[in-house]
Design a protein around this ligand. Structure first.
Ligand code: UDP
Ligand code: MG
Length: 132
């Protein structure tokens, strides 16, 4: 997901260019806005964390771009491309270093495992919306 901060700041184009330039194939994509219920479900694993309320407010405050990406070693390579959760700690040239403000408003989400990538893909897309 390209998060609401990055959408609002006009970074959809540059971020997609970084993603496709790094060899990822977009096999599903949509411009949409998460409801509170969507965001709470998507981030359910974090519901006990102190930042959960803020995270849900942030993720629902404006539209996002959701996508499913395909590549060899996609999860690991995408996490490397986006950089550390906190942009202050993200490597030079990573998407979060370039486009994120802070650890909360950090521009982009990437799945952390193949298993979660499948769950998160199915969260946003039906089978008919996926072109692999
Ligand atoms: N987050 C936050 N404060 C924190 C840690 C995380 O607001 O101290 C937010 C941030 O938007 C992050 C998301 O919660 O991207 C999910 O956290 P996670 O630890 O899964 O980081 P990610 O996998 O996105 O790097
Ligand atoms: Mg995570």
């Amino acid at each position: 997901m390209i998060k609401p901060d990055a959408v609002d700041n006009g970074y959809i184009g540059p971020i997609l260019e970084k993603i496709t330039g790094a060899g990822f194939k977009i096999i599903a994509m949509k411009y949409t806005q998460l409801s509170r219920r969507d965001a709470e479900a998507f981030y359910a694993i974090h519901r006990q964390r102190p930042f959960f309320g803020e995270l849900v407010s942030f993720m629902t405050r404006g539209p996002i771009v959701a996508a499913i990406l395909e590549k060899e070693n996609a999860v690991e390579d995408f996490r490397a491309l986006i950089g550390a959760t906190n942009p202050a700690e993200a490597a030079e040239g990573t998407i979060r270093k370039l486009y994120a403000k802070d650890i909360g408003e950090n521009a982009i989400h990437g799945s952390d495992s193949d298993e979660n990538a499948a769950i998160e893909g199915a969260f946003h897309f039906s089978g008919r919306e996926i072109y692999s």
